[in-house]
Design a protein around this ligand. Structure first.
Ligand SMILES: CC(=O)N[C@H]1[C@@H](OP(=O)(O)OP(=O)(O)OC[C@H]2O[C@@H](n3ccc(=O)[nH]c3=O)[C@H](O)[C@@H]2O)O[C@H](CO)[C@@H](O)[C@@H]1O
Ligand SMILES: C=C(OP(=O)(O)O)C(=O)O
Length: 415
């Protein structure tokens, strides 16, 4: 198995271009199956989740061609063949095929989704939504069978704010008869991106980005061209890495507004941050202040940046309290950071970080995607050499990571 090796202690300096958002891409790709003609998707990130999704669509009979960051999907000859769990369990977002295939064919049989192991990740709210639209849902073994002879619009109040359930219900509801209203909907920028894509296909979705989304069903959707929004989590990871190594980096091709929950927190710690239309620039300082952070649905602080930020907080003076409100097991980076010298105690949903502590390179393991990012940042700031196993997780969501970091002056390689 490959590992990432990093010789730490060099400040990151320069400019980095951010790719398309993973969490948009993995919803837009399955959404193409709703169209009766071909779609062109641009600005896709070059990550493993996208490649796996392209393979799943081919298994369904779509003609899929990939050219760098562009994917063209012709779903006209697609059929809802059962999808066992070998590929679908490689990623979380495979569950979007339930909503999309239900919308197009009224039936789907699919293995349960995978994704990072962050504690229990139920899909009860997705199922509640499909049932409200008139579907029957049955599980046998690890396979979900969802069927609807007709989908009818409904009012659905989500018990928890869920990105996945909001998007999945939208995907089915665009083809339901009448009006669907999703209340207590998630408001992440990726949801707005999927709604924009669906509306370009001919859907009638209003309110995406607020907590009430109204979807008036239509009888057909046509293929279209769409460019994915920038990845705020990839961008945030580079901003944190720049601050942690006390460097100076311009993160380019981003939507600064989407990064505000992070940039506000970085300013609180004492990092200099400047923004213009499509760029966020940070300059690290010699001293950082401890801060408290609580993860929350957008526009709160994103759980996906909690692990990377925890690494930065090992360098802040005082005690930082990090509260993880979304996932019960999202502190798996902590024992690995402790092996590098961090002083962090986990108590239930909080991690108490004492700083500043020097970090030292050693062998560590990424247990999930963002734990991997947090260890890469630790390796970049640590003294000596860090070897990170579990690179497959990192490849799920970071495109050309070593190349981008090397262009900023890091010594990082795969072996
Ligand atoms: C592919 C993708 O977009 N992944 C993102 C998506 O995951 P995902 O869509 O799986 O996360 P959700 O927003 O659905 O989950 C939020 C919370 O709701 C709970 N829940 C969710 C659905 C459900 O039916 N029942 C339920 O209880 C989850 O266990 C979790 O505690 O949003 C998360 C929260 O921003 C991010 O960390 C992930 O990167
Ligand atoms: C948790 C994440 O991804 P997924 O939901 O795809 O597992 C993530 O991107 O940090």
């Amino acid at each position: 198995m490959k590992t990432l090796k990093i010789k730490g202690g060099r400040p990151l300096i320069g400019r980095v271009q951010i790719g398309g958002a993973k969490n948009s891409a993995v919803a837009v790709i399955p959404a193409t199956v709703l169209a009766e003609s071909g779609c062109e998707i641009e600005n896709l990130p070059e990550i493993r989740d996208v490649d796996v999704y392209a393979e799943i669509l081919r298994d369904l009979g779509a003609i899929v061609t990939k050219d760098g960051r562009c994917l063209s999907v012709d779903p006209s000859r697609l059929s809802p063949v059962p999808l066992p769990d070998n590929k679908v369990k490689k990623l979380r977002a495979s569950y979007y095929l339930i909503g999309a295939l239900l919308g197009r064919f009224g039936e789907v049989s699919i293995g349960l989704p995978g994704g990072c192991d962050l504690g229990p990740r139920p899909i009860d709210q997705h199922i509640k939504g499909f049932k409200a639209l008139g579907a029957t849902v049955r599980q046998s073994g690890g396979i979900l069978h969802v069927h609807a002879s007709e989908l009818t619009g409904a009012r659905i109040f989500l018990d928890v704010v869920s990105v996945g359930a909001t998007i999945n219900i939208m995907l089915a509801a665009v083809r339901a008869r009448g009006l669907t209203v999703i209340e207590n909907a998630a408001k992440e920028p990726e949801i707005v991106d999927i709604a924009t894509f669906l509306n370009t296909m001919g859907a009638q979705i209003k309110g995406a980005g607020t907590d009430v989304i109204r979807i008036r069903g239509v009888s057909r959707l046509r293929g279209c061209r769409h460019a994915i929004i920038p990845d705020r989590i990839e961008a945030g990871t580079y901003l944190i890495a720049a601050a942690a190594t006390r460097g100076e980096v311009s993160v380019e091709q981003v939507i600064p507004k989407h990064l505000e929950p992070l940039t506000a927190k970085l300013r609180e710690t004492g990092v200099l941050v400047r923004e213009d239309d499509e760029t966020v620039w940070v300059q690290g300082g010699s001293r950082y202040r401890a801060v408290d952070v609580k993860t929350a649905p957008y526009p709160g602080f994103p759980t996906d940046l909690q692990q990377p930020l925890t690494t930065l907080l090992t360098q802040a003076e005082g005690v930082s309290v990090v509260t993880e409100n979304i996932y019960s097991a999202r502190f798996k980076q902590v024992p690995e950071l402790a092996r590098m010298g961090a002083l962090i105690r986990v108590a239930g949903t909080t991690a108490i970080v004492e700083g500043p502590t020097p970090l030292y390179g050693t062998s560590v393991t990424a247990t999930d995607l963002r734990a991997g990012a947090s260890l890469v940042i630790a390796g970049l700031l640590a003294e000596g050499e860090t070897e990170i196993a579990g690179v497959g997780y990192i490849d799920r969501g970071y495109e050309r990571l070593e190349e981008k970091l090397r262009s900023l002056g890091a010594e990082i390689w795969r072996s």
